[in-house]
Design a binder for this molecule. Sequence first.
Ligand SMILES: Cc1ncc(C[n+]2csc(CCOP(=O)(O)OP(=O)(O)O)c2C)c(N)n1
Ligand code: SF4
Ligand SMILES: [Mg+2]
Length: 768
Amino acid sequence: MYIDTLPARTTETRMPGRIRQKLEFRSGNEAAALAARDVGYHLMGYFPITPSTEVAESLSKMQAEGQHDIVMVAGDGEHGAAGICYGAALGGGRVLNATSSQGLLYALEQLPVQAGTRVPMVLNIAARAVSGPLDIRGDHSDFYYALNTGWIVLCARDPQAVYDLNFAAIRIGEHRDVRLPVMVVYDGFFTSHQKRRIQVFDDAEAVQQFLGERPEWPSPLDTEHPATFGPYMNDPDLINNKVQLSQAMEAARRVIPEVFAELERLTGRPYAVLDSYRMADAEVAQILINSAAETAKEVTDTLRERGQKVGVLSPNVMRPFPAEEFRQALKHVKAVTIGDRADSYGAGGGNLSLEVRAALQIDRENDTIVLSRIYGLGGKDFNAADAEVFFDQAAEAAKAQRAPEAFAYHGATAGRPDSRPRPGLPALSAEEVTRGMAKVEVNPKTGKLDVELAPLWKMTEQPGRIAPGHGACPGCGAFPTLHQAGRVLDGDVVVLFQTGCAMVVTTGYPVTAHRINYIHNLFQNGAATMAGLVEMYHERVRRGELPESKDITFVMVSGDGGMDIGMGPAIGAANRNHPMIILEYDNQGYMNTGAQLSYSTPIGHRTSTSEVGRRLPGKRYHHKDTAQIFAACHIPYVFTASEGFPEDLMRKVAKAQWYAKREGLVYGKILSFCPLNWRTTDDAAQPVLQAAIDSCFFPLYEVEHGVTTLTYDPEAAGRRCPVGDWLKQMGKTRHLTKPENSQILAEIEHEAERRWKRIKAMHEHPLL
Ligand SMILES: Cc1ncc(C[n+]2csc(CCOP(=O)(O)OP(=O)(O)O)c2C)c(N)n1
Ligand code: SF4
Ligand SMILES: [Mg+2]
């Protein structure tokens, strides 16, 4: 293979001035985690999102075995994680984050604050398509949004580059003339998950020598020198702040090649600001970012063998944009196809192609014909055949001396108007959903609601609002929960599912398991969306635009994770008391993304971000009491339930509907079985849930107009058991029953007992 910038080929032999290295077989995410370990960051703030989650997961595994002591802080969402990182970086230590897609967008607001106040840190981005529609695979639509935030943006084409550029990022960002935060962007799945042989440093001292000390800048932790960080600043000063930011970017133009050169001396691996492949005499070229450029390089070799003068350019740095390097590289190129893995809708190209066009426009002598192409969206592969088309199109334009089509999508397929998705079960009719499975009446003596349920056997005859055939794991508890709720709800129901397992396994274009109206919104904002819909419904009924007789019930379904990141909007909806129901199925973790800890995960439980090992005994803090948070919002009705107690659950859902139709917002937290990540057999739901409740870890109760009632008292029923009886049944907690973890077990017992006693006291005293 021909190379005009040396390849990232490495040797285990130590050259003079080179650092000792060793070979590993690692993915891009693992490479980022290894770099973090080797840097020895002070702190990582993060929130899991595919495909970047593995960075935090790998670090959690390493930490459990004592390989590093980075403080790992799980944010309540990416906005929170970015805030944690900003605060920590202001504190003067080295800080890391990793995210993708919506996570980056949710954090976006924080990024210009950090750049504007000139606080360095490193953010890894495993680039992924942004919603909507939701797509977990890789394109560049997320990081393109971040190009205007004032962060330096480095692009890493393979796992080796991810590792190397994570070190370069620190040196560049912390350079005194630069002092800016830095992103390292690599392709989601293509690079984040594909394993490659990489060289990693094997000399901790030399690494620290390369990195040097983080410079001291004013910090709120320096109480000897009080300073104000982030005063508001209007005209005429703001523009001066921004010109300094712009100058810092210009300084980075000088610093980046210096750092890359130093890194090369250390590793033997060269990085150019603009990677150029067989461009010396190229007449036709293509420009791509990251992994796709590697495919194009292989095609270049084939075409060169056929005598075609082709070459590839690929920036290793997107901010500051290497405009001069592009001008020089394209000086004698007749035509170039520029592929963007994200569109800047309506602009006639994505950022890369628009910025290269702008760079060329300054060179009056340049007459390179530019073709802008949008390709590979949502993880669509970019194969050798695609790269060949890009070269062919550029060659045709060069021959014709004009661009027949300056802007186009590559690889989109025309729809077939005659094609229809396979028919599923028909939508439920009004008669089918008006079933009277529960009779709800106000008890004149207690002022509370009494519910008379139809017998369970009768319920099972009712058609489900969710069709059979979803893709959940065998034994998944989310579906018994949803079926029990769906069977007792009467009349028309509109559901909104936040992101999570229940959403992912019931919808996947072009099919749906929902037989009623269903909406998905990002789980940081579902409650607000439902609130808007509910208000619109009532306003249109008031205006006579919709029939009052329908009397729709609005139900939002969320996982416990959705009640972390989406807590703010859910509390907002509760405070405004919209007539709707929020049902949380609590499976004690972010299961859809691979079982990371949620704030509802109890202390000591093993998750993929609270690993168990010699140095870590699982999650380090107690579970969130979401039901009590909503009770404190003084909404009409709050309940806890579990699919293991179906009649109790259905009675409460019937009440929920009554309150939501007449008085306002209802919140229900439902303990829901997850055999996969609780590490039990598929059929263990009944004993596991029973023990969680009998140990008083998860009390079943309701709060009606502020009055708490226990609906099941394990003590009164003579069934109270120790928490250990529950924990020993699950693989994720079995370690807690070992003698060396007896202290954590005692802590769980103590906390469960403390919370239980409070609930019991509230049950006994209506004013509490
Ligand atoms: C802003 C944003 N951050 C992160 C994610 C990734 N993500 C999707 S679902 C999920 C976990 C959901 O957990 P939970 O609500 O408990 O539902 P479960 O998967 O357990 O059913 C996460 C972290 C995302 N989609 N959007
Ligand atoms: S991971 Fe757990 S919650 Fe998700 S589908 Fe599987 S069993 Fe259900
Ligand atoms: Mg969950």
